[in-house]
Write a protein that binds this ligand. Structure first.
Ligand SMILES: Nc1nc2c(ncn2[C@@H]2O[C@H](COP(=O)(O)OP(=O)(O)OP(=O)(O)O)[C@@H](O)[C@H]2O)c(=O)[nH]1
Length: 312
């Protein structure tokens, strides 16, 4: 029956998946690696700490995890993975000689996606790995779809709302300053009205991808905030550095040289930017940070557009 499982196509779509195999028995590691290497990229670790180190320095798609290991067992490794936002969604399949139902139930209850008992059959390991990778691929796609703006393909408002709150909490805990920008395309209604909605869409896409390409440092991100408005979050980041970064964005959009002969500000498309930071007087919540950036944006518009302003 097992021989009838068609393995030739396994991993075709997921051949770039990176799998971590964790086992303190060198022979098991060799057999698992040989089995999986035909279809995937494989890394190995011979104890729990080594596994966590590998996970922290690689983008792992799936972990095959032994339970009985000295010092840190598989349950402890899984618990640590689940406790960290960076690693909690990596699917884990336990692979263990513990074959009692209680052990299996414990592993699954802790968040393992599957449980394979030793001695294992390589074809079954392959099929179960493939199943979990398929589920992960679909979950990743869904996750991406709900947080990406359909037109510009940068982060959407939902992503912004969730992540600015996360960054705010992180900055509050660490005592670091965080900054944000509210960015608005100048005279965009006139652009739309005169060049057409399609050209407007193209303009939004070009501006968005320029902003994104310049906001790639660490946990910085840019999102479409609504209509022709964008928002960027820099964390950690002082107000002065955020202003410098905003000026870079303003220049980069100007340098795109998208003609806008109906703008009274310049002959090309320009942006106005409001900057705020968590250290400003009166900023004590995400809402007040956004409000201050909005006041800065209003000031930039009021001062003639194509400007960067912070309201202090
Ligand atoms: N093409 C296109 N236009 C959009 C989209 N979302 C919003 N807009 C347009 O963006 C324009 C925004 O106009 P306003 O809010 O008056 O802003 P503005 O003309 O840029 O004026 P200032 O900000 O004061 O310089 C409107 O014409 C909207 O229809 C979109 O997804 N595609």
């Amino acid at each position: 029956m097992i021989e009838m499982v068609k393995l030739d196509n396994i991993g075709e779509q997921m051949e770039r998946a990176l799998i971590l195999v964790v086992d303190d028995d060198p022979l098991n590691l060799v057999v698992l690696k040989q089995t999986l290497q035909k279809y995937y990229r494989v890394l190995s670790a011979s104890n729990g700490q080594e596994a966590l180190d590998v996970v922290s320095s690689n983008t792992i798609d799936l972990i095959l995890l032994d339970i009985k290991m000295p010092k840190m067992d598989g349950y402890q490794v899984l618990k640590k993975l689940k406790n960290s936002p960076q690693t909690q969604s990596i699917p884990v399949i336990f692979i263990s000689a513990n074959d009692s139902h209680a052990d299996e139930a414990k592993g699954l209850e802790m968040g393992a996606m599957d449980y394979i008992t030793k001695p294992f059959s390589p074809p079954i390991v392959l099929v179960r790995v493939k199943n979990q990778l398929t589920i992960k691929q679909k979950n990743d796609l869904l996750e991406k779809l709900v947080s990406i703006d359909g037109l510009t393909e940068i982060n959407n408002r939902r992503f912004f709302d969730e992540n600015i709150t996360k960054e705010w909490r992180r900055a509050s805990r660490s005592g670091e300053e965080m900054s944000m920008l509210l960015i608005d395309i100048d005279h965009f209604k006139l652009f739309n009205d005169n060049y057409g909605h399609r050209a407007g869409d193209e303009c939004l896409k070009m501006v968005a991808s320029t902003l994104k390409s310049l906001c790639q440092r660490g946990s910085d991100f840019v999102a479409r905030y609504g209509g022709e408005e964008f928002a960027a979050v820099f964390s950690p980041c002082h107000l002065d550095d955020a202003i410098k970064q905003a000026e870079r964005l303003q220049k980069a959009v100007y340098d795109l040289s998208i003609p806008h002969k109906f703008s009274s500000t310049a002959s090309v498309v320009t942006i106005s930017i409001g900057v705020a930071s968590s250290n400003l007087n009166g900023v004590n919540s995400v809402e007040s940070l956004i409000e201050m950036a909005d006041k800065g944006l209003y000031l930039a518009k009021d001062s003639g557009r194509n400007q960067v302003k912070s309201y202090t």
